[in-house]
Design a protein around this ligand. Structure first.
Ligand code: HDD
Length: 713
C-alpha cells in the first residue's frame, strides 16, 4: 500500500530509508558482526574487556537514544499526504502551490496534545495541534495550527507563564496531561483575555473522537500578497470531511486507561485500511483596506472572524495517505515553524505570531541539537538548498569549493540573489509609524463578547457538557479564592452558566471588580479592564458541533457481541452493509477463542470482553440468537456483558439488538427508558439495519443523554 502513494517528498525520503530484509548485522562502521549475544570477556566467567568496541558502540548509542521532548506538544502522531488545489487563489496570493489548480503538493502532518509528556494519554482535555508541512516547489511552507481558532493569550511574552501554569506543578510534577489543577486556574482566573479560549477548551472540542474528525485553524491573521502586491488578510481553515465529533468526558477518562494510544492507533489504522482522512482547505479573505471594519481587532489572536461576516471559501483538499516508516526519524524529528513561508504569504503584526517567529527555530536547537536540523530527511525541502551557511554539528551537505561568502568573485558570485520575478522572497512593504512602546492596543481589550458568541452558539447538550467540564476542572482546584475568581469571570459570559457552576462548587457568584492583573504595573488598569459588551454577531452556526457532518459511517468502529450459536445469516448481512459503507466491524466474545455460529462457521473474535471496553467502540450490535440473550456465559461475564452495554448506552451510542435478544436488553438500563430513542434499535423493525446506519452516522444521541443516565424520565 505504501508505495502506491509516491510523490517527490516520499521519493526523496526513500534515499534515506534502509531495509534490513536479507541483510547481515553490522556495526555503524559497516563491519559484519559475528556474535550479538555475548560481550568480550577475559575468561568465560571473567570481567568484560574495555576493548569490546562492539559492546561499547551498541551501549553508547543506546545511552543517547533519547532527545528532549518538545516543551509543548510533546505527544503527537504524524502521517504523510498530499494537498491538492481545486480553485486557484492567484487573485490573492502569488504562492505557486495556491495558484495552479490540480497541482499536488506533498505534505507531512503532525497532530498533538499540548500539555502532556511524550508518553501521556491521547484523550486529555486539551487543545490539539494540527501542523502541516507543505513541501512546495518554492520551499517549505508550515501551517502550525490548532483545532481551536483562538488562543489563551494576546502576546507571546505571556506564553511561558501560560505553559508553566498548565504543565504539572513544579514541586511534585502532578498532574500529568491535565489542566484540572490549581496553577492553571489561578493563572486563567487572573487573565480575562483567556475567557474565549476557555469556552472552547471546556467544550467537547477538547476531547475529539479522532484526529480525523477535528478542524484545523491557522489562528492568526496572516497575509496573502498577489503578483501586483495587493494584500488580503487571511484566516486558514481545515474542515474534516468526516465532520467534527467528540467523545464524552467520562468516556475520555476511561479510554485513557484502556487505550492511551486511542488517537494514534485510530489514525494509523485508518490509513493502513485505506480510509484516508481528508480535509477541505478553506480561506477567509479580507482586503487590507477593510482591516478596521470589525468590532474586534484582526491582529488579536483571541478573536475569530465569524463565518457569517466572512464566509470560508473551500479551495483545496488535504489527504493523508501514508503512515511514516519510522516514528522517531519522521514524527519526532519533524520541525515546524510558522516562519517557514513562501512568496505570496506574509505575517501580520499579531503580537502572538511575532513572538512565535522567534521561538520555533530556537526550540529546535535544543530539541534536535544542531542548526542543521533542516537537513534531517523529514525536514528537507524538495527544492535544493544553496547558501553560504557552513558546518555545525552533524552537517550532511558537502558544499564544494573555497567560497562560503557573498559577494564573491571566486565563485562567480554564486549562489546569487534571486529576483522577485524568479521567486525571490521579499517581505511585503508595510508603512509602520509609531512610538516604541511596551503596551497593549485598546482594540484588544474586549475579552468577553466572543466568549458569549461561542457559548450562545452551542446546542443545549453542548452547553451542558461545557458546564460539566468547568465543574469538573474547578472541583479539582483546592483553593476557594481561585474557584470564586473564576466563577466571577464566567458571569461576564453568561449569568446562568456562572450560577450553575457556582452552586455546584459551593461558592457565590460575585462580580468581582478585580484589578486586571494582566496589565503592567503603571498602567491605568481600569482602561484596560474588559467591559461587558454584547457581541455584534450573536450566533454562529459554524461554532457548534451539533451542525456538523452526520451522513457517513466511514471508519466508525462497530462492536459485534457474539456467543456460540449466534445467527450467521443476519450477522453477515449487517456486516456487508456496514463494511460496504466504510464501517469497521470488530467481534467481541467471551474470549478470543473462535466462536461458532448456528450454521457451524468459526468467527475469530478481535477482542475478549475482558480485554476491551465499550468506550473503544462507536456502536454495538448484539448478534441475533437465543444464546446471545443469556449474555456472555463464561463465569462472571454475564454482569460484564450488561455493564458493557449499559456503559455504551450512557455514552449515547447506537445499540442494536438482533432477533431473540430481548431478554438481554431487558437486563440493561435500556429497559428503563420511557421515550423512544433513535439510538436503540430492535430487529423487529423492518428498517432496523438502515436505522442502525443512520444512528451511527449521527454519532451520538446526545439529546437523550439525561434520560439515558437516569437524570430525566
Ligand atoms: Fe506553538 C509547538 C501551535 C503559540 C512556541 N505550537 C507547537 C506545535 C503546534 C503549535 C501545533 C507543535 C508542532 C509540532 O507538531 O512539532 N503554538 C501553536 C499555535 C499557537 C502557538 C496555534 C497560537 C496561535 N507557540 C505559541 C507561542 C509560542 C509557541 C506564543 C512561543 C512564544 N510552540 C512553541 C514552541 C514549540 C511549539 C516552544 C514546541 C516544539 C516546537 O515548537 O517545535 O516553539
Amino acid at each position: 500500500m505504501k508505495n502506491e502513494h509516491l510523490n517527490e517528498k516520499i521519493d526523496q525520503l526513500q534515499h534515506a530509508t534502509t531495509d534490513n530484509s536479507g541483510e547481515m548485522l553490522t556495526t555503524n562502521q559497516g563491519l559484519k558482526i559475528n556474535n550479538n549475544q555475548d560481550s568480550l570477556k577475559a575468561g568465560e566467567r571473567g570481567p568484560s574487556l574495555l576493548e569490546d568496541f562492539i559492546l561499547r558502540e551498541k551501549i553508547t548509542h543506546f545511552d543517547h537514544e533519547r532527545i528532549p521532548e518538545r516543551v509543548v506538544h510533546a505527544r503527537g502522531s504524524g502521517a504523510h499526504g498530499v494537498f491538492k488545489l481545486n480553485k486557484s487563489l492567484a487573485e490573492y496570493t502569488k504562492a505557486k502551490f495556491l495558484n495552479n489548480v490540480d497541482e499536488e503538493t506533498p505534505v507531512f502532518v503532525r497532530f498533538s496534545t499540548v500539555a502532556g509528556s511524550r508518553g501521556s494519554t491521547d484523550l486529555a482535555r486539551d487543545v490539539r495541534g494540527f501542523s502541516v508541512k507543505f513541501y512546495t516547489q518554492e520551499g517549505i511552507y508550515d501551517l502550525v495550527a490548532n483545532n481551536i481558532p483562538v488562543f489563551f493569550i494576546q502576546d507571546a511574552i505571556k506564553f511561558p507563564d501560560l505553559v508553566h501554569a498548565v504543565k504539572p506543578e513544579p514541586d511534585n510534577e502532578i498532574p500529568q496531561a491535565s489542566s484540572a489543577h490549581n496553577t492553571f486556574w489561578d493563572f486563567i482566573s487572573l487573565m480575562p483575555e483567556s475567557t474565549h479560549m476557555i469556552m472552547w477548551l471546556m467544550s467537547d472540542r477538547a476531547i475529539p473522537r479522532s484526529y480525523r474528525m477535528m478542524e484545523g485553524f491557522g489562528v492568526h491573521s496572516f497575509k496573502f500578497v498577489n503578483e501586483e502586491g495587493k494584500v488580503h488578510f487571511v484566516k486558514i481553515h481545515l474542515k474534516p470531511r468526516l465532520g467534527v465529533h467528540s467523545v464524552a468526558w467520562p468516556e475520555a477518562q476511561k479510554i485513557s486507561g484502556n487505550d492511551p494510544d486511542f488517537h494514534r492507533r485510530d489514525l494509523w489504522e485508518a490509513i493502513e485500511n485505506g480510509a484516508f482522512p481528508e480535509w477541505d482547505f478553506g480561506v477567509q479573505l479580507i482586503p487590507e483596506e477593510n482591516e478596521h471594519d470589525f468590532d474586534f481587532d484582526l491582529l488579536d489572536p483571541t478573536k475569530l472572524v465569524p463565518e457569517e461576516l466572512v464566509p470560508v471559501q473551500l479551495v483545496g483538499t488535504l489527504t493523508l495517505n501514508r503512515n511514516p516508516d519510522n516514528f522517531f526519524a519522521e514524527t519526532e524529528q519533524v520541525a515546524f515553524h510558522p516562519g517557514h513561508i513562501v512568496p505570496g504569504i506574509d505575517f501580520s503584526n499579531d503580537p502572538l505570531l511575532q513572538g512565535r517567529l522567534f521561538s520555533y527555530t530556537d526550540t529546535q536547537l535544543t530539541r534536535l541539537g544542531s542548526p542543521n536540523f533542516h537537513e534531517i530527511p523529514i525536514n528537507r525541502s524538495i527544492t535544493t538548498v544553496h547558501n553560504n551557511q557552513r558546518d555545525g554539528h552533524m552537517r550532511q551537505q558537502i558544499a564544494k569549493g573555497k567560497v562560503s561568502y557573498e559577494p564573491n568573485s571566486m565563485g562567480g558570485g554564486c549562489p546569487f540573489q534571486a529576483m522577485m520575478k524568479d521567486g525571490g522572497f521579499a517581505s511585503q512593504e508595510e508603512r509602520i509609524e509609531g512610538h516604541k512602546v511596551r503596551t497593549r492596543s485598546a482594540s484588544f481589550v474586549d475579552h468577553y463578547s466572543q466568549a458569549k458568541l461561542f457559548f450562545n452558539s452551542q446546542s443545549t447538550f453542548e452547553k451542558t457538557h461545557l458546564q460539566n467540564a468547568l465543574v469538573f476542572e474547578l472541583s479539582k482546584v483546592t483553593i476557594p479564592e481561585i474557584r470564586e475568581r473564576m466563577v466571577g469571570q464566567l458571569a461576564f459570559v453568561d449569568k446562568d452558566l456562572a450560577n450553575d457552576v457556582a452552586s455546584r462548587l459551593g461558592v457565590e457568584v460575585k462580580i468581582l471588580n478585580q484589578p486586571n492583573q494582566s496589565v503592567p504595573a503603571d498602567a491605568d488598569s481600569a482602561s484596560l479592564q474588559s467591559k461587558e459588551i454584547e457581541p455584534a454577531t450573536k450566533f454562529s452556526k459554524a461554532l457548534s458541533m451539533a451542525n456538523t457532518v452526520k451522513d457517513t459511517i466511514e471508519s466508525r468502529v462497530i462492536g459485534f457481541m457474539m456467543t456460540d450459536g449466534f445467527d450467521a445469516a443476519s450477522t453477515d448481512r449487517l456486516i456487508e452493509k456496514l463494511e460496504g459503507q466504510g464501517g469497521v466491524v470488530q467481534y467481541i466474545a467471551d474470549s478470543v477463542a473462535p466462536v461458532k455460529s448456528s450454521d457451524g462457521q468459526a468467527y475469530i473474535p478481535d477482542h475478549a470482553l475482558s480485554t476491551t471496553s465499550s468506550v473503544c467502540f462507536d456502536a454495538l450490535y448484539v448478534c441475533a440468537g437465543e444464546k446471545s440473550a443469556e449474555g456472555f456465559t463464561r463465569p462472571g461475564n454475564k454482569n460484564m456483558t450488561v455493564d458493557f452495554i449499559n456503559e455504551a448506552f450512557r455514552h449515547c451510542k447506537a445499540i442494536y439488538f438482533g432477533e431473540n435478544t430481548e431478554k438481554l436488553k431487558n437486563l440493561t438500563d435500556i429497559a428503563l427508558m420511557k421515550h423512544d430513542d433513535p439510538g436503540v434499535i430492535s430487529a423487529d423493525n423492518p428498517d432496523a439495519n438502515d436505522l442502525f446506519v443512520d444512528a451511527i452516522a449521527n454519532h451520538r444521541v446526545w439529546e437523550f443523554e439525561k434520560e439515558r443516565n437516569g437524570m430525566e424520565g
